[in-house]
Design a protein around this ligand. Structure first.
Ligand code: ADP
Length: 347
């Protein structure tokens, strides 16, 4: 694996807006690595914007620290003002200056005689050289976002922070723009953090994924690692559908309705959660199968089967299988589990 150099580190970051209220940041830790894109994913209210704003210097920390290399930006009584932090920002609404043309927007944070030349080069890299004289209201949403990214990158910032940068765009444009944004950040060699509440988007842009919940970063890793090996039920749910089965460890295994699964490394008698992705289930037609298909629907790329114990009851689970499939509603099936798509964690 290539060596990853830490550019920015957040340790034990705390921020409480309301005295005695819940902490927006409750000891959050995060590293941003050189030239890599980190996607910060979490539900609304989990503290993503607060963490982004704290890194930018727009919020003060109540505890913990933020450092760029050896320089303390926040913490230990210090608070470097936002304008002296080398941070490029792309806001959700782009926040372009309406009275300045695209070129002047990009040149805004630049000093020196060659500011306009650097800005023009940045616009050309964004394939918007021909729009230099256009005002924001003369640009499409996608073009405005590209100008905002060009403006953020122009001063060669140490880190680039993007706050839900695609949320104002329709789906097709969002996909196109997010690929372009990744390309632009990569071409610039930028160290970047993209905040999003959309799991699919996070996985599509991230070299590294950081999951946030209740003011903490609860897991980091490549999208693959985090998806395949979630550290908790909360982490697993953040990335997509998952069935959560509570079980007790006996002789190194945890029993589930679909058979016992490996649980070595846990204590005997310990309560665990088996986290099962819908892709883990193998359904096969079997007259003496102990499950029944209760619903079949297409999700385009795959089929979704709802299945339940054949003896009845309220419990049911969801399986995703490749299309086509010979199975139908009412079929009796046996169920197997692919261990690649399941993990066992402490409750
Ligand atoms: P996210 O970006 O993940 O949606 P935020 O960082 O915006 O989360 O918010 C985290 C928590 O802090 C939420 O409970 C939110 O209501 C609260 N919060 C955010 N900003 C403020 C503020 N300026 N004043 C008071 N509470 C705030």
């Amino acid at each position: 694996m290539s060596q990853t150099q830490t550019v920015l580190s957040v340790r034990g970051a705390q921020r409480r807006y309301v005295k005695k209220g819940q902490a927006a940041l409750a000891s959050a830790d995060l590293d941003l690595h050189a030239g890599r894109i980190t996607a910060l994913l979490g539900p609304s209210g989990s503290g993503k914007s607060t963490l982004l704003r704290a890194i930018a210097g727009l919020e003060r920390l109540d505890g913990g620290e933020i450092r760029l290399g050896d320089t303390v930006w926040s913490g230990h009584g210090a608070h470097i003002p936002p304008e002296t932090r080398r941070v490029g920002m792309v806001f959700q609404d782009y926040a372009l200056f309406p009275h300045l043309d695209a070129l002047s927007n990009v040149a805004f944070g630049l000093k020196g005689k060659d500011a306009k030349d650097i800005a023009q080069a940045q616009l050309e890299a964004a394939e918007l050289g021909h729009k230099a004289k256009a005002f924001p209201h003369e640009l499409s949403g996608g073009e405005q976002q590209r100008v905002a990214l060009a403006r953020a990158l122009a001063p060669s910032p140490a880190v680039v922070l993007l706050d839900e940068p695609f949320s104002g765009l329709d789906r097709r444009l969002r996909h196109e723009l997010r690929d372009r944004t990744v390309q632009t950040l990569k071409a610039a060699g930028a160290t970047a953090m993209i905040v999003t509440h959309d799991a699919e988007e996070a996985m599509a842009v991230a070299d590294e994924l950081a999951l946030m919940d209740a003011g903490r970063v609860i897991q980091t890793g490549t999208p693959d690692e985090v998806w395949m090996r979630p550290v908790s039920a909360v982490a697993a749910r953040l990335l997509g559908d998952v069935e959560i089965i509570e079980s007790t460890v006996e002789t190194g295994r945890a029993d589930t309705p679909f058979g016992a699964v490996d649980a070595h490394g846990f204590d005997e008698g310990e309560t665990v959660h088996a986290l099962i992705r819908p892709q883990a289930f193998g359904l096969s037609l079997a007259e003496d199968g102990t499950f029944t298909i209760t619903r079949r629907r297409s999700a385009g790329t795959h089929l979704v089967f709802e299945f339940a114990p054949a003896e009845g009851g309220d419990t049911h689970w969801h399986a995703h299988t490749a299309s086509p499939s010979p199975l139908h509603e009412g079929d009796r099936v046996s169920v197997s589990l692919d261990p690649a798509y399941l993990s066992v964690v402490r409750r």
